[in-house]
Design a protein around this ligand. Structure first.
Ligand code: SF4
Length: 241
């Protein structure tokens, strides 16, 4: 599939998701597992297709270079992550909470920091694995590397050189875009924020109530350039998305 073909399919899927969600009501955080299920099933089909075409997916346990990339999240995703954090075993929960807050603060103060040369991973990365894998955000679900060595080259160069498989990755991004459109139409905070800062911001009593009555997070949303960020550099290696 060409870059233009992917873009068109991505827009069509985002529109379809927004149309389906237009009739949905209730709690958007409760709805997330359903959307993650759509994303995972469609991603699995896309992986099967590209594997049949001879393209390999290199992702696997023990590889976490991409957990140093910028991760944009919506508010319901941040709330789901915060709730998963609360459910961890206390010692692990406290350790990860402290890290998420420290990383969020650092990235808010220094948004341009090179997270590879500074060895600054996502606060949820614990002993080499994602501690909240079941509720990892769309941005994490939609990232698939072609070669492990390409992703790990970052440790030598400080610059992301991994090649993602856009014919797979667009699915999760399209569903996330459909959700974002729906939230904005409902006049909720549908902005995207840096993951660690957003989770730190929703670690407060009753975060769902605050957000669902229209409150904004007390931090700056990511700009389009920041959302492209490392992944934009990565896409430039792959041609247009
Ligand atoms: S949420 Fe999990 S998968 Fe996503 S960047 Fe953080 S540790 Fe990695």
């Amino acid at each position: 599939m060409t870059g233009l073909g992917i873009l068109r399919r991505s827009r069509r899927l985002a529109d379809r998701v927004a149309r389906v969600l237009a009739g949905a009501g209730g709690d958007w955080v409760e709805l997330l597992p359903r959307l993650y299920g759509w994303s995972d099933r469609a991603t699995a089909r896309a992986i099967e297709r590209v594997s049949g075409e001879g393209q390999a997916i290199a992702c696997g346990a023990g590889c976490s270079s991409c957990c140093h990339l910028a991760v944009p999240v919506s508010v319901p995703e941040a709330i789901a992550l915060a709730e998963a954090l609360e459910n961890l075993e206390p010692e692990r929960r406290d350790r990860i909470t402290a890290r998420v807050m420290a990383v969020g603060k650092r990235l808010a103060e220094q948004p341009g920091v090179n997270r590879f040369t500074e060895a600054l991973p996502c606060g949820f990365l614990d002993e080499g694995v994602c501690s909240v894998y079941g509720v990892r955000p769309f941005a994490c679900r939609g990232h698939h590397g072609q070669t492990r060595s390409g992703c790990e080259a970052i440790w030598q160069t400080g610059r992301w050189q991994g090649r993602s498989i856009m014919a797979v990755d667009w699915v999760a991004h399209a569903i996330a875009a459909g959700l974002q459109t729906t939230l904005q139409r409902r006049r909720l905070d549908g902005q995207l924020y840096e993951l660690n800062g957003a989770v730190a911001a929703v670690l407060q009593p009753e975060p769902r109530d605050h957000w669902q009555r229209g409150d904004r997070l007390p931090l700056a949303p990511l700009t389009p350039d920041q959302i492209q960020g490392d992944r934009g550099a990565e896409r430039s290696h792959n041609g247009p998305a």
